[in-house]
Design a protein. Sequence first.
Length: 402
Amino acid sequence: MKARHLIENLDHIRAYAEKTQTTGGYLSFESNEYIIVPGLCDVHVHFREPGFSYKETVLSGSAAAARGGYTAVCTMPNLNPVPDCAEHLKMQTDIIARDASVKILPYGAITFGESGKQLADMRSMADSVCAFSDDGRGVQSGEMMREAMKTAKSLGRIIAAHCENNSLLNGGYIHDGRYAAAHGHKGISSASEYSQIERDIALARETGCAYHVCHISTKESVDLIRRAKADGVDITCETAPHYLTLCEDDLQEDGRFKMNPPLRGREDKEALLCGIQDGTIDMIATDHAPHSAEEKARGLAGSLMGVVGLETAFAVLYTALVREGVITLEQLVRLMSVNPRRRFGIDGGGDFAVFDVSAPYTVNPDEFASCGRSTPFAGRQVYGRCLLTVHDGKVVYSCDTF
């Protein structure tokens, strides 16, 4: 299959993608070697600009997204300045307008400076953001979160919460489990995540706010969200590829295995897999969080938290989940495209991506478009290389090697 052959058939492929945008469909062709899917959508990425462009930029981050088959992403607000008012947000949206090759929708912060002390100027940003979040930090005050939910409800916006109770962290940096105990590391308890989810569910029930839980990682979190949905709470959630395919048993003394929340126990991974099978977990987001090589070279104890994921997500999940019969390809497309677009109101138009699912390849971070290179999947053999990504009628990525 040559690039020009795909490009010559863009109209046909685009017409199919439009029809399947809301159904989770896909098209196989060339003896089932290639599949066409609606453009992927990631509601949780960090493009680090403005403020930390040595880690990633809008230009490099959107190139990484396109290389992974993504045509829409939502960027988290832990930037400098934090987008906590219209003026600060405009600094980010100006960069996006200049440099983005895919659709980028920013989050606005819940509190000024993500400090948790005073509500951000949510009203001034409401028309320009996909939702509100203090990602990277949990909102510690229940009263502050209540007021944020009330405001978001009045503005018709989602609160997307990084759930982390600081009083339960105790200096931990990996999961408080077998590996931490065996290797002398400080552990992060599961309760630090699920206790704040429990609090926020009660607040979402009280306020009627549309509530989304970021990057869940524990079995208790899955159970709480499952029950909340059954009770009629307006709640959705995401998990990430690394929590579905790795656990503490896979840890190595390397910063590329360090992220927040951390890789949990095997029983947590199994609960998350059940959650994507039964619909408790609505979507898969990468939490693409690049850092410099030096910042990730200090082992588990000293490295900063965060790994990159946009360029590996589809292949890792297709290989580990679809090829192994855990979920169907239709389910994966819903988790990675249809559901996030539906929940966050992100139009996909005729966006689509083409993947080669017939031949394996090895994940090589040196080939990434992202400035970040730290991934726990380095060296893994996977199926599902992205060949072509089309956004807004334009080819934004074309693989040079097929």
